[in-house]
Write a protein that binds this ligand. Structure first.
Ligand code: C2E
Ligand code: CA
Ligand code: CA
Length: 620
């Protein structure tokens, strides 16, 4: 019998001495109710516990899921990273490796679980070279020293490998394929040392080469030629940079054809080139080479349907006489080049002591010239032109003068070429135009004014605007303005030049061909543009009455002009015999000391007489 029931029977019998069934039933039923309550509590507790366990299980599953997600992401990242990545453990065994590990030399899965030394052995034959030993990596890692190695593979690739030791042993190894970067670096290095247009050495490299060669050949003489193309700027300005670039390339090729094996050709910048001449007998070798270069470069180039003319000037310095170092040699060759250019272009000059001072003087002149316009040191003189049939002045040529505070009156021939070279002629030329138009308004209306226009002003359409402005500002009738241009404007015979000339003519002004017979004397341009007038250069007139050849030329020119419907002017007429002969040859106009030298505006008024004063000059 159950201990509880035994107890209850005892308790139900206790009062009356015998078993009280009712009391017993009460006791039993109470017991049951208690039992039920207890079981209910138990069940509740069980449920609570079950719920808790489920919660814990769900949480654990979530964590596992997250972990495996992280793991997959990490795996994906590892597999997709651009570099090879591997991890060796403390026993030097590869425990992690992504797909790229092994540098495509070996498959990562073949390397996994093997030691570093085994793996190195396996790929050894595919390695061409390395910058530092690969064997000692395990020792370095064990001592906690990070390392980096550059490895060239047999297939041409370059791989950089970094080794990063881990706390507790082992290391992480990252392999980067740097072949592209290496190629780019090499390209940059090449570009930094070469001129990208011509492929020639650039200035920096050229200087290095000079220094090296001077050291290598202490007892030899070396020639240094500095070259500058003549008229290149006008090619660039009128035909555009693509044509200019093409021209530079051809020049570079022709130069390389002239030099001997071992000589170095460089492009120093713009249209400047240089040659280092080695192993020749100097100065004879430099002279020979310069002549050959001048001959091969001067002339006409056919580029893209354009006929382009350039020349070259060369300055030469010879080591060791003209300098022991690159800097001095370059400077002296440059000075000689300046000299060559001012001596008329298309020539070469050796450096000479004393040239330096001349160049300083030229620099000074350049600085003064830049100041001159600002400080109003320019003045326009005028020289009358006489109409031969009527013997009357019917035009005056504006001729520029520079009243220099120290040098006095400077003639145009000594500064206009420089002003053209430095581009200042554009501003000066526009100033002359305005002055001349203004001045001409004070003359009798049957007297025109002739203004010289420099080829350098033909670079842009700006000239058309300048002429328009000068006419408008002064109120001068366009048919009283003549523009004198020289043959050199047409040397780069281009659509641009012709368009500009036609536009000028469209304004109603006249165009004269100045200094006819001195330039490149290609008569073809006379057909291409309807000049109003030919001005026969004074070099023909000076000999006119003495030299039958000169008179034959002048006669032919006048006939040609008449046939083409152009007027003619003879320049530099100094005596009446010349004038009479010109009259007999049917020349229309002349100009020269016979009538008057160029004189200032006031003197011109006196010369032309008061009747020509149609305007109050003090207002003008
Ligand atoms: P050009 O256009 O041929 O001007 C005529 C030159 O011949 C002038 O020299 C004049 O003084 C000189 N001349 C005139 N008659 C005689 C003569 O009978 N005998 C001699 N021996 N010479 C005579 P100038 O004034 O020294 O000018 C020289 C050159 O400078 C001009 O030659 C012209 O090409 C240039 N020039 C002058 N002014 C200007 C200007 O405003 N702009 C530009 N671009 N050039 C100018
Ligand atoms: Ca002239
Ligand atoms: Ca002239």
């Amino acid at each position: 019998m159950h201990r509880v029931l035994k107890n209850q029977i005892a308790r139900a019998s206790a009062e009356k001495g015998e078993l009280d069934i009712d009391a017993l039933l009460q006791l039993v039923s109470k017991s049951y109710s208690e039992f039920d309550r207890e079981r209910g509590r138990q069940e509740h507790a069980n449920q609570l516990m079950m719920a808790e366990v489920e919660e814990v299980n769900a949480a654990r599953d979530a964590v596992l899921e997250r972990l495996s997600q992280e793991h997959r992401k990490l795996d994906a990242a590892l597999e997709n990273m651009a570099h090879g990545l591997g991890m060796y453990d403390a026993d030097e065994r590869l425990i992690v490796a992504n797909r790229r590990f092994g540098g495509r030399v070996s498959r990562a899965r073949d390397l996994r679980a093997r030691t570093y030394s085994e793996n190195l052995q396996a790929v050894r034959h595919k390695i061409l070279s390395f910058d530092q030993p690969l064997e000692d990596i395990p020792y370095l890692m064990a001592s906690g020293t990070p390392a980096e190695r550059m490895v060239e593979l047999a297939d041409g690739r370059t791989v950089s490998i970094s080794f990063q030791p881990l706390i507790g042993g082992g290391w992480v190894q990252v392999e980067r394929d740097i072949s592209e970067q290496r190629r780019a670096d090499e390209k940059i290095r090449y570009l930094a040392r070469h001129d990208s247009l011509t492929g020639l050495a650039n200035r920096a490299v050229f200087n290095e080469v000079i220094t090296e060669e001077l050291e290598r050949r202490p007892n030899e003489s070396i020639g240094l030629l500095c070259l500058d193309l003549d008229h290149f700027k006008s090619v660039n300005d009128t035909l555009g940079h693509p044509i200019g670039d093409a021209l530079l390339k051809i020049v570079a090729q022709r130069l390389q054809r002239q030099v001997r094996e071992g000589d170095v050709v460089a492009r120093l910048g713009g249209d400047e080139f240089a040659v280092l001449q080695l192993g020749g007998e100097q100065p004879a070798a430099a002279e020979r080479l310069s002549k050959a270069i001048v001959e091969s470069l001067i002339g006409s180039y056919e580029i893209d349907g354009h006929s382009v003319q350039v020349g070259v000037s060369i300055g030469i310095a010879v080591a060791p006489v003209d300098g022991h170092d690159a800097e001095t040699l370059m400077r002296n060759a440059d000075i000689a080049l300046y000299r060559a250019k001012s001596d008329g272009r298309g020539v070469f000059r050796f450096f000479e002591a004393g040239m330096d001072e001349k160049m300083q003087a030229r620099r000074q002149l350049e600085m003064d010239l830049r100041q001159a316009l600002l400080q109003r040191q320019f003045e326009v003189f005028y020289q009358p032109l006489v109409d031969i049939p009527t013997q009357k002045v019917n035009a005056c040529e504006a001729l520029l003068r520079w009243r220099h505070p120290v040098r006095g009156l400077v003639p145009p021939d000594s500064f206009i070429p420089l002003a053209e070279e430095i581009g200042l002629i554009v501003d000066i030329g526009e100033w002359v135009l305005e002055q001349a138009c203004q001045e001409a308004c004070g003359w009798s209306p049957d007297i025109s004014v002739a203004v010289n226009v420099s080829p350098a002003q033909f670079g842009s359409m700006r000239l058309v605007k300048a002429v328009e402005r000068a006419l408008k500002k002064s109120g001068l009738s366009p048919d009283r303005l003549e523009l004198e241009i020289t043959e050199s404007v047409l040397i780069n015979d281009t659509a641009h030049t012709l368009e500009l000339l036609h536009r000028l003519k469209g304004l109603g002004v006249r165009i004269s061909m100045d200094d006819f017979g001195t330039g490149y004397s290609s008569l073809s341009y006379l057909r291409r543009f309807p000049f109003d007038k030919l001005k026969i250069d004074r070099s023909f007139i000076g000999d006119l009455t003495r030299d039958p050849e000169a008179s034959a030329i002048v006669r032919a020119v006048i006939q040609l002009a008449n046939t083409l419907g152009m007027s003619t002017t003879a320049e530099g007429v100094e005596d009446s015999d010349q004038r009479d002969l010109l009259q007999a040859l049917n020349c229309r106009q002349f100009q020269g000391y016979l009538v008057s030298k160029p004189i200032d505006a006031t003197a011109l008024h006196a010369f032309l007489g008061p009747k020509t004063l149609t305007k109050d000059r003090s207002v003008a």
